[in-house]
Design a protein around this ligand. Sequence first.
Ligand code: NBP
Length: 479
Amino acid sequence: ATANIGVVGLAVMGSNLARNLASREGNTVAVYNRSRAKTDELLTEHPEAGFVPAFSYDEFAASLTVPRTAVIMVKAGAGTDAVIDELVKVFEPGDIIVDGGNALFTDTIRREKAVRDTGINFVGMGVSGGEEGALLGPSLMPGGSDESWVTLGPILRSIAAVAEGEPCVTHVGHDGAGHFVKMVHNGIEYADMQLIAEAYDLIRRGTGKTPAEIADVFAQWNEGELNSYLIEITAEVLRAQDAATGAPLVDVIVDQAGAKGTGGWTVQTAIDLGVPVSGIAEAVFARSVSSHPEQRAVAANLPGPVDELRVDDAEAFIEDVRLALFASKIVAYSQGFDEIRAGAAQYGWTIDLGAVAKIWRGGCIIRAQFLNRISDAYAEVPDLQVLLTAPYFVDALQRAQDAWRRIVAQAAAAGIPSPAFSSSLAYYDGLRADRLPAALIQGQRDFFGAHTYRRVDREGTFHTLWSGDRSEITAEDTH
Ligand code: NBP
């Protein structure tokens, strides 16, 4: 046995992660792939990595020093279960199996439970940053036991991205905590991308600027408080020209956004937890609206407003859009962190939210300067109820809110869809409202279903005899 760590699954992510591991001092990396071709190819192309190839699970286990540590990077779902079944046969108590695929956190909880009886440690780990991140430094979100973290910590710290001198990895929490946090990361990513897309659309329709000119706007925004990877790549995408036609690339790309499902998971889980993640939900639904060409074709002639968006002062309008984007982004992140808080409470994880914000500062898709403000907020008040009530965000929302309202109003008047901008604002106003019309909903529920209500002035649960004399009685909560 010569390798201190192994990788199973040598497609794009696995081979890049294996190369990243091999490039770090002190690591020797065993590699295995179900079909031999990928292993051969990796060995041929990267002799410098000094990989220890294995062509069976027995060989793979034999090549690893104890405690054996293997990272699985295969297609999430049945593939992951198949690999775990095989590794469990050849590994021993104390060994560590890490699943770095995009597993649903409930699958990770199930797998951890199943593997636990064997004495082998199972760690679900979120990996963000795509293929480049895997190779050069991803953001890593491992769950699993404290015992496994002792072995894994130093290895993961050595391969993770580094942000402001700190490696982008932390032991997020037990069993499914890492994959849960990765799921929410992806949900926030959906929201952030949708918000940026809405900002682009408003600027284009409002000012008539070309995509290349709007690229300059985003590049400039990237110098300020919006500084982030997504803003940076937006500028690059908008600047790109199609080689075949000379048109802006963005104009020749079909406007139907795809999705692999993690955004949907974030929303489904939030619904189960009762957490409003409206910004993320709108982003998921906006992609699905875009992806129904047959529905869009029959709806294309529906009446719209007479007046198009008219902007007199392009510069002022663009600044309004920037502020609306920043405010909506604060809402999206606040909602995402709310979901992590709720998930931690539900599943019994101790998650340091400030540490999560820190490990997202590098390597991952939502890396942004702004995450420092989030970690500051949690450093100051660790059990902060609502992230956007932290002083920095209150100040930012104060600066942004007039512009945010103008943009949402202008977009609605001109018939420009801005679901993420407008739902974020609606959430913000809902949250800060003194009284909500939820009182009326309780009245309606009591009317048709005797669901009862509570009163503002007395303890207890009440029901009005709607079909009788309409007097009020004290009621047991019937539902
Ligand atoms: P894929 O998701 O395309 O999976 C291909 C790999 O899975 C191949 O190595 C394949 O082996 C293996 N595999 C399958 Br499929 N079924 C298997 C089975 N029953 N037993 C053993 N191996 C099996 O690879 P990827 O794009 O590199 O992603 C790997 C994981 O990383 C996924 O879970 C993905 O969601 C996650 N992830 C991806 C990204 C990204 O940006 N792409 C980012 C973060 C996480 P074969 O060669 O024999 O077919």
